[in-house]
Design a protein around this ligand. Structure first.
Ligand SMILES: Nc1ncnc2c1ncn2[C@@H]1O[C@H](COP(=O)(O)OP(=O)(O)OP(=O)(O)O)[C@@H](O)[C@H]1O
Length: 234
């Protein structure tokens, strides 16, 4: 079942006294439910711009995009925000945890704005998620006392606590050493698989990209499928 599809998607930015900047050009991409996809690109290739579109944070300038069979460009901003909150979990390079809060409170954050059932069960749901990332014993620790790898595990628990159908991971291992990064990818893939969520990883790290079932290369705003690691590394 197709979760997300983009057809001929572009993103232009208006610049004063100059023609618009074409950041993304003719992007075609299909993400199936439970898929594992990676997108590799150098700095400035348009990765963040594409991630914002995939995560319903920004709109394409032109083209077609469907999320869960809904035409994204025709949705109201309110409906799009709701769809994002329900269906998308984000994992970032710099974790983006709230420093004054504990691990448990961070994981509960997305549940504060969810349905009543989520809200009232937030303690149990967040503790279960922390158990799944093997951090149940640190639930009450302030996140600032955790290591980088542990903080990323909290961020993964937070991204998954509302059981999103799409997880967007933006350089998820970028702030971690090699070994911790590999452990984090193992964990991210396994919790995504258990939750039947599709995982789209955006990275410049070819080893991380090669873990996906399907690789793509983004170059100067053009996305192309890559069969082999050598194609994304080139
Ligand atoms: N609002 C904007 N106004 C002008 N230029 C922009 C704007 N947004 C993005 N760009 C330019 O578009 C290009 C792609 O930006 P984007 O942030 O998507 O790249 P990226 O691949 O994520 O880069 P990095 O890996 O360095 O974060 C860059 O050259 C950037 O400077």
């Amino acid at each position: 079942m197709t979760l997300l599809s983009l057809e001929g998607v572009t993103r232009h930015v208006a610049l004063p006294d100059r023609p618009p900047l074409e950041i993304l050009r003719g992007i075609d991409l299909v993400v199936e439910a439970g898929d594992r996809v990676s997108i590799v690109g150098r700095s400035g290739s348009g990765k963040s711009t594409l991630l914002n579109i995939l995560g319903l944070l920004d709109q394409p300038t032109t083209g077609r995009m469907r999320f869960d069979d809904e035409p994204v460009l025709l949705l109201s901003a309110r409906r799009r925000d709701r769809l994002r909150a329900l269906a998308v979990g984000f994992v970032f390079q710099q974790f983006h945890l709230i420093e004054g809060l504990t691990a448990l409170e961070n994981v509960q954050m997305p549940l504060l704005y969810g349905s009543g059932a989520h809200f009232w069960r937030r303690d149990r749901l967040a503790r279960d998620m922390l158990d799944r990332v093997a951090l149940g014993h640190r639930a009450d620790a302030p996140v600032t006392t955790l290591s980088g790898g542990e903080q990323q595990r909290v961020a993964i628990a937070r991204a998954l606590v509302r059981a999103p159908r799409l997880i967007l991971a933006d350089e998820p291992t970028g702030a971690l050493d090699l070994e911790t990064g590999a452990t984090i990818m193992d964990l991210l893939e396994s919790v995504a698989r258990d939750s039947h969520a599709a995982l789209v990883t955006i990275t410049h790290d070819v080893a991380v990209a090669a873990r996906a079932e399907r690789m793509h290369r983004l170059e100067a705003g053009v996305l192309s499928p890559a069969q082999q690691v050598a194609e994304v590394a080139a």
